[in-house]
Each structure stands twice: as C-alpha cells, then as structure tokens.
Design a binder for this molecule. Sequence first.
Ligand SMILES: Nc1ncnc2c1ncn2[C@@H]1O[C@H](COP(=O)(O)OP(=O)(O)OP(=O)(O)O)[C@@H](O)[C@H]1O
Length: 341
Amino acid sequence: MLTLHRVTVRYGRFEALRGVDWSVGTGQATVTALLGPSGCGKSTLLRAVAGLEPVAAGSIAWDGQSIDDVAPHRRDFGVVFQDGQLFPGRTVRQNVAYGLARRGIRGAAARARVDEMLELVRLHDYGGRSPDALSGGQAQRVALARALAPRPRLLLLDEPLAAVDSQLREALAESIGEIVRAAGTPTVLVTHDHREAALMADTVSVMRAGTIVQTDAASRLWHRPVDEDTAEFLGARSIVDGIVGDGVLDTAVGQVRLTDESSFGTPPDGPCRVALRPEAVVATPDPEGPAVVEHAAALVASWRVRLRIADAVYEGVSSKPVRPGARVRLRLEAGGVAVIG
Ligand SMILES: Nc1ncnc2c1ncn2[C@@H]1O[C@H](COP(=O)(O)OP(=O)(O)OP(=O)(O)O)[C@@H](O)[C@H]1O
C-alpha cells in the first residue's frame, strides 16, 4: 500500500502540494484516479510518488516503509507520461524489453515476457516496427507494455490519453483499464476528465489547490460530492437549496424520492444543498408551466435547455423540441441529483 503523510512540495515559494495525506489500496488490480482541474497539483503528486520531485515536508511510504530516500529507479514503480516517450531509435520489442535486463531478465525469458506484454496490449504483430510508425493510441499501449513488463508494484499513469484523438480516447480509456486489471498491477491515473476517471478507475480522489478533498468510488462521488466546487467540477450546472423529509427531497425545481441506490443512503432529514446535473432537470412543454425557456440547443438525443423560474436560472433537458420563450413544467430525475456533503 502506498501512503502519503502530510506531503508538501514547493516550487520556490509556491506550495504545489499542501500537506497531502493519501493512501492507495493495492488490492489486486485496483485503479485509482487522481482527478482535478489543471494546475491543482496532480502531476506534482505523481512525480513526488515516482521520486522525480523533491518532497519539502512529510513522507511517502510503501507498506509502512519510508521510500523518501529510495532513488526513482529503485522504487519499483512503472511510469507512463502523456506522450509515452518511447525511444525513437529502437523497435517496439526493444522498447518493451527496456526495463527487463536491469531486473536480470534476459534471453528466452525476456523474449517470452515481451511477447506476453505485446499480446496483452494487442500489438503482437507490431514488435518489429519503429515507434514513429505507430498511431498515438498504439504508442501509448507500447508505453504501457514497457512500463508493465518488469512487473512493477505500482503503475503511475500521467494523463495517458492527452495526446490521443478525441474519437479514440474512450476506447483507449476502456482498454487501458482492462489491460492494467489483467496485469494485476495497482495503478494511479492522473486525469482532469471525470468521464475518463469513471471509465478507468474503481476509486477516484478529487484534488483541488494542492490538497485532496474527497476519495470515493466513482458512483458515490457523483451522488455525494463533498462540496459545491467538487459538484460543479463533476458536471453539476445548478446548485439549489433543498429540504429532505422522509426520503423525499424538495427543491424549487421539484420533488424527488431519493432511493438508497441514487443517493447512497438517504441523507438525514432537514435542509441541504443540492447539485443538479442537466439530466436531473427534465422539462416538458406546458403553457401553464412555471418555467420559461431562455435557450435551447439540439443535442443528439435530446434538447439542452436553459430555464428561468423568477430570478433563478437552471440547466435542464427536454425530449421534445422547445423554443426560447416557451413555458415548461419541470420534473426532477433522481439519477442526476446530488446531495452535497
Ligand atoms: N517546475 C515548476 N516550477 C514552478 N511551478 C511549477 C512547476 N511545475 C508545476 N508548477 C506549478 O505547480 C502547480 C501544479 O502543477 P501540476 O503540473 O502538478 O498541476 P496539474 O494538476 O498536473 O495540472 P495539468 O492538468 O495542467 O497538468 C501549477 O500551478 C503549476 O504552475
């Protein structure tokens, strides 16, 4: 298990990590995403764990033993950066074999391990190619195979999809998740994209301004964000007051029964703040309805609408075409509702 105890990293006088306490369970094949906006310190944290960034205060340990004085190449962690950084003058096979000799794995054993890794990333026919004859997604899979080949005890991935075309990103996200689980290597993944985090990770730690503000299973995170900033970062567009009574949440937009499934245990009765994703606010054309459409945009399967009730503005969806100025009634959909805190 990886444990950080009050880890601080400074660049000059700027504190990029502020006393971070964090641990990553290393049950077989868990993937933990480190999710947060640009500049919050995700890469700094990953680099500190890898030993590439000096720690100004605090301590990093593996299975209870400090690794503060262990050199990066002796930490036994695999690292993949944004653009893979394959060695250009070597073939795919030579890239994947790179870390094996240092582990004393040579000859037939090394060849077998390279074959196994190329099979795992589904590039067994590409061993003789040069890295510049690979697509971005293939290059990232080779980088993954190279990092996994020496059987590291932890894999660190820093925005592994950043340099990949947006159409390929989702498929590669799923395949990276499958590959690291098949390899059985606990993995920390840095990303600023909550969809990517959900596609790849079992557990998500949300970072903001040099600290970790929440660690939870992805599904729980969406429904019980720790604060309003986290809810907004995860895609909520409207934050409203609510009151919970007997498992029913009442807001200015409407009422909804919070099932255990949708809210991860019914919140206690009383006032609360509520975050609404657009999918939570379902609009239906109704000349007597309380809300007025301010803006409507056609998405693939629905309309995205901006709505006004008196002075308050909400974002919602409509399955029917609606025009600005039209009146609508609103219904709350439990799946897109999050009770904050
Ligand atoms: N070498 C450096 N010197 C000075 N400041 C730095 C250095 N590296 C990072 N920083 C600053 O530290 C903060 C955290 O940077 P870091 O790269 O860890 O953020 P991040 O969350 O990974 O962002 P991104 O998603 O944009 O990569 C940022 O404000 C950044 O400007």
